[in-house]
Design a protein around this ligand. Sequence first.
Ligand SMILES: [Zn+2]
Ligand SMILES: [Zn+2]
Ligand SMILES: [Zn+2]
Length: 147
Amino acid sequence: MTTTARKVAPRRGARKGAGTSEAVAVETIAVTCGFCEGKGRDRFGIMSALSTCCVCGGLGTVSVKTPYVRCAFCQGAGVYPSSRQTCTACGGVGVHPVEGPSPQCPHCLGTGVDPHSETGFYCLVCHGAGVVPEGGSRLSMDAESGK
Ligand SMILES: [Zn+2]
Ligand SMILES: [Zn+2]
Ligand SMILES: [Zn+2]
C-alpha cells in the first residue's frame, strides 16, 4: 500500500501582524536654548559676535524629552557658573530630561553643585539637575539599564 501522507497546508496570509513593533513614544518638546537665550548666536561671541550657538546649532531651540527640569547647576542659563563655557551638566541647554517624579537630590540638596567639590563641580549624583529619579541616583539607573 502506498500512502501519500503528504499534506501541504496552504499558508496564505500568515504574515498578518508581523513586524508590529510597539515603539515607546518619547515626547520631545522644543525648549528655548539656555545658552543663547533663543538667539541662536554664541552668547559671549567668543569666536565672533555672529558665531552660531554651539548648543542649538543656531536654531534657538533644542529638542528635549519631556518631562524635564531646569538645570539646577546653571539655573537654566546653560552657562557653566563663573565661566564662559557651556554648562557641562546640561550641555548648555539649561534643562535635564527626567523619567518622572523626581525628588530633590539628597547629595547637593537641589543645588546641583557637589558640596564636596572645591572647584564647584556639578553634583555627580544628580548630574547637576538638582533632582534624582525616584528610588535612586542617575548613576545607579545607568548601571541597571544594561539588560
Ligand atoms: Zn543656542
Ligand atoms: Zn546646566
Ligand atoms: Zn545632586
